[in-house]
Design a protein around this ligand. Structure first.
Ligand code: FRU
Length: 507
């Protein structure tokens, strides 16, 4: 009898304890400004996405992580996994600093043919290729403090063993020499590493991921050079049956709306040289908050990119004290022709539909002045998705607001042929001088028809206009959630169709 009572008591306590831990965890992921459909670390600092590889049904997302504080510091690789690119489980820290330095950005591949010899008993090794940043060397004024190293995992990313021959690519004397992105170049059966070096990229090749040969460099007088080049990526995208090469290059500062941004070059790669006859600079995302984006490896022809949803201008100051930064929604990349030009377009991955509720659809909304959309849509709640179709594009804006007088405004400005997002009075903006601003993006599409898809979380908006030809990503920090939505136009603008659907939180 006594034993039974003790057992019942013990079980009861255990249930309470588990419930309490669970409640705490849930509360932790529901703090003010915590994104509900985007990955963010439970606590502390995160920047670039790293080492993204798809293997055995799991998407791995590693990331620049400081496990000790919510500002940038000694970099480790944090780790999260997902089966659908939407729901993420944070895993223990994957790669720790060592005597060669802290662990900066890089990539990971599934070495299916065991070219590295790291695979044991038929197990495919995952190989991570990353920059080691030697802080001591940097402080001592050396100029070779960034070198490339590798580590491998034979338990699907849980534990990593560093290669004894590190570093595998030694610095030739360049202060910025980092962020290796590696891909398999099938025609010549070799690995290609794309590396950012000051303000160009350098290509290396290797048969085994351990021995690397310099092949060529690209970019000296090409593209934007308002800041240093970082986090490059070399991919192929389908262009009506032929494969085109695209070189993605992040740069900081020098983005179209200030600070960090991502440009791309469409061209050709022959295993040695990347060439492109692209004349003007092409930007992937005109918003200020999509940086260091690169793609998953091992996803076949499908190319999925994720970016860090912040900007080096203010990343360390954003008003979330326990954790800092989230990733963008993963986006699928494609090519699209426009007249005689070609562009890379992005759309949220189709998997987002898995958390989307049935949309409320409103047709034929005419705006001449200000229209309160919540009358037809019901009170607006984030996270949500809004799709708009317009037959004749005119000046218009959408304003998300709360009763604290804060608003986030986006729209289209016909005079300058620009989309815009204005977060000047969006809430907390005073933590850094550049944050409160109106940002613009040139409209690439032509003709009067327009479609726009908005993915909105509690502290971010991702705008995809004209099937993803123009993209803008922005973060914001309202003191109270926005719960009103107004459409404004003085031009008798007609929205043919508006769809509003809630997105179910992932935590
Ligand atoms: C880009 C970057 C990378 C570097 C990492 C350090 O945001 O500066 O070039 O590897 O962040 O955390």
């Amino acid at each position: 009898m006594k034993i039974r009572k003790i057992t019942v008591l013990f079980c009861g306590c255990a249930v309470l304890l588990i419930a309490n831990v669970f409640a705490q965890q849930t509360a932790q992921m529901k703090e003010q400004h915590r994104p509900q459909i985007h990955f963010s670390p439970k606590k502390n600092w995160m920047n670039d996405p790293n080492g993204m590889v798809y293997y055995n049904g799991v998407y791995h997302l590693f990331f620049q992580y400081n496990p000790y504080s919510s500002v940038w510091g000694p970099m480790h690789w944090g780790h999260a996994t997902s089966e659908d690119l939407i729901h993420w489980q944070q895993q223990p820290v994957a790669i720790y600093p060592d005597s060669l330095g802290t662990i900066f950005s890089g990539s990971a591949v599934a070495d299916e043919n065991n070219t590295s010899g790291f695979g044991k008993k038929g197990k495919v090794p995952l190989v991570a290729i990353y920059t080691q940043h030697d802080t001591v060397g940097e402080r001592a004024g050396k100029n070779n403090f960034q070198n490339q190293s590798i580590a491998y995992s034979v338990d699907e990313g849980k534990t990593w063993i560093k290669y004894s021959g590190n570093p595998v690519v030694k610095n030739p004397g360049l202060r910025d020499f980092r962020d290796p992105k590696v891909m398999w170049f099938a025609p010549q059966k070799k690995w290609i590493m794309t590396l950012a070096a000051n303000n160009v990229v350098i290509f290396y090749s290797s048969p085994d991921l351990k021995n690397w040969t310099r092949e060529s460099e690209f970019g000296k007088d090409r593209g934007a050079h308002g800041g240093g080049w970082e986090c490059p990526d070399l991919i192929t995208l389908d262009d009506n049956g032929t494969q085109r090469w695209v070189l993605i290059v992040n740069l900081n500062p020098g983005a179209p709306n200030g600070g960090s941004g991502t440009q791309y070059f469409i061209g050709n790669f022959d295993g040695k040289n990347f060439t492109s006859d692209q004349k003007e600079t092409k930007w992937m995302d005109y918003g200020p908050d999509n940086y260091a984006g690169v793609t998953w490896s091992n996803t076949g022809k499908r190319k999925i990119l994720i970016g860090w949803m912040s900007n080096w201008l203010y990343a360390n100051q954003v008003p979330t004290e326990k954790w800092r930064s989230a990733m963008t929604i993963p986006r699928e990349l494609k090519l699209q022709h426009m007249d005689d030009d070609i562009f890379m377009v992005s759309q949220p991955v189709a998997e987002l539909a898995g958390i989307e509720s049935k949309p409320v659809t409103i047709i034929n909304i005419v705006a001449n002045g200000k229209v309160d959309l919540s009358k037809q849509m019901g009170t607006i709640k984030f996270p949500c998705r809004i799709n708009i179709k317009v037959a004749t594009l005119k000046d218009f804006s959408l304003s998300f607001s709360n009763n604290a007088g804060e608003e986030l405004v986006l729209g289209y400005d016909k005079k300058d042929n620009q989309y815009f997002i204005d977060r000047s009075t969006s809430g907390k903006t005073g933590f850094q001088k550049d944050f409160a601003a109106r940002h613009t993006a040139h409209r690439i599409a032509k003709g009067p028809k327009m479609n726009m898809s908005l993915v909105i979380d509690v502290s971010s908006i991702e705008l995809f206009a004209d099937d993803g030809l123009t993209e803008m990503t922005e973060i914001f920090f309202p003191n109270k959630p926005y719960n009103q939505l107004h459409l404004l136009s003085n031009e008798n603008m007609l929205i043919k169709k508006l769809e509003y659907s809630r997105l179910k939180g992932i935590w």
